[in-house]
Design a protein around this ligand. Structure first.
Ligand code: XLS
Ligand code: NI
Ligand code: NI
Length: 442
């Protein structure tokens, strides 16, 4: 991929990031991500399908609840909103192409500022969609997914599709319609719903049953509109248990799968799992992955990591090789993503203020996943990891156990089997042995 710059270069002095191998001393090179390297029958590029997130990388200005912006972007200076949005698109495509990553993701309001005028917002997004389309054609970068931000504007303080006010719900619908139009026009491969404020702060003022039914109707209407207009991709729900809402309806993977089943949405919707959301829900990321894969619903992931000492979504770039290797073991065994990829829903820290920091951040995340992929493949191919787990269930090979698994046993038959066998032998779970395998292959 050739770097694509607009009228001006925003990251001058930084060229194309290339694979140089683990021995390199160059901090602006990949050590592990060699996009054409074949691992388990597919190229790294095909397995990982990396995407850059517009909101963190080009809008996230370092502000936090205690302080103003610390990242003063050159592309954010033009007073005209359309010209500013085009500068931002130029910066975005320069970064994505210099990183040599195949995809990007956005919310409507990341691309261009919105006002309270629905028709004007539609026009603005259409103008930028045309501009992004040209940038995609020039560079070969593709849209992994689009989405609408239904949580920042004050009208959404009580939710969007689960808002007690039908007027607010209809505003959310207008926004989703325009975001779907943009996603379809850009050949977006998927569309995401993250229900930032779809939940409640207090049950005292909430009719939970009614709100959840509204959420389902809203998803059905969005699906029907997109299908009618030629969208063939997958819709993803992104679970998160809390923050900003105290209790969000899309709490975790199991909750979302139950919801999709209840409202007959399983044919069109899959899951977009985020590392830091899993940990907020009291799970490991690996747990959430396994739940989704077992249901055939692992669509995509939002890659980041939390902070062990804090209880919120800190959205740091992923660097923990041990955890990522465990995650890649599950993703590889599950056959990869269904339609999606790895979106860096991650931001550099407030005090990471050099233009190069955003490059180091992505390089670290990309290399960590690439290395985890290679390591996980070696573990699956060369170690006895799979065999240890399989052997743990060896007693289910007995004819009586097979009958049980097939639903052809009874409590009496199980009792008779127990009497015939006598007290079971204890057997080790060998957890430490397995944990050492991960480290031995890293
Ligand atoms: C916030 C979410 C958000 C979604 C897209 O916690 O992760 O960034 O990915 O709306
Ligand atoms: Ni996310
Ligand atoms: Ni998040």
């Amino acid at each position: 991929m050739k770097p694509v710059t607009g009228k001006r270069e925003f990251f001058s002095g930084i060229g194309a990031i290339q694979y140089e191998g683990p021995q390199t001393n160059n901090p602006l090179a990949y050590r592990w991500y060699d996009e054409n390297r074949i691992v388990a029958g597919k190229s790294m590029k095909e397995w990982l399908r990396f995407a850059v997130a517009y909101w963190h990388s080009f809008n996230g200005n370092g502000a936090d609840p205690f302080g103003e912006a610390t990242h003063l972007f050159e592309w954010d200076k033009n007073a005209d909103p359309i010209a500013r949005a085009k500068d931002k698109a130029d910066a975005a495509f320069e970064l994505i192409t210099k990183l040599n990553l195949p995809y990007y993701c956005f919310h409507d309001v990341d691309v261009v500022d919105y006002t309270n005028d629905i028709a004007d917002n539609e026009k603005r997004l259409q103008t930028l969609t045309q501009y992004l389309k040209e940038k995609q054609e020039e560079s070969g970068v593709k849209l992994l997914w689009g989405t609408a931000n239904l949580f920042s504007h004050r009208r959404y303080m009580n939710g969007a599709s689960t808002n007690p006010d039908f007027h607010v719900l209809s505003h959310a619908a207008a926004q989703v319609k325009a975001a779907l139009d943009a996603t379809i026009a850009l050949g977006g491969e998927n569309y995401v719903f993250w229900g930032g404020r779809e939940g409640y702060m207090s049950l005292l003022n909430t009719n939970m049953k009614r709100e959840k039914e509204h959420l389902a109707r809203f998803l059905q209407a969005s699906r029907d509109y997109a299908r009618k207009n030629g969208f063939t991709g997958t819709f993803f729900i992104e679970p998160k248990p809390c923050e900003p809402t105290k209790h969000q309806y899309d709490y975790d993977a199991e909750t979302v799968i139950g919801f999709l089943r209840q409202y007959d949405l399983l044919n069109d919707f899959k899951l977009n799992l985020e590392v830091n959301h899993a940990t907020l829900a009291g799970h490991t990321f690996q747990h959430e992955l396994q739940v989704a894969i077992d249901a055939g619903l692992l669509g995509s992931i939002d890659a980041n990591r939390g902070d062990y000492q804090n209880g919120w979504d800190t959205d740091q770039f992923p660097t923990n090789l041990n955890e990522l290797t465990e995650a890649m073991l599950i993703i590889l065994e599950g056959g990869g993503f269904k339609g999606g990829g790895i979106n860096f829903d991650a931001k550099i820290r407030r005090n990471s203020t050099d233009p190069a920091d955003i490059f180091y951040a992505h390089i670290g995340g990309v290399d960590s996943f690439a290395r985890a992929l290679v390591t996980a493949d070696a573990i699956l191919e060369k170690s006895d990891y799979r065999k240890v787990r399989q052997d743990r269930y060896a007693s289910f090979d007995a004819a009586e156990a097979k009958a049980f698994e097939a639903g052809n046993s009874s409590l009496e038959a199980l009792r008779d089997f127990a009497v015939a066998q006598g007290e079971p032998k204890v057997s080790s779970g060998r957890q430490e042995y397995l944990e050492n395998i991960i480290n031995n292959y890293l």
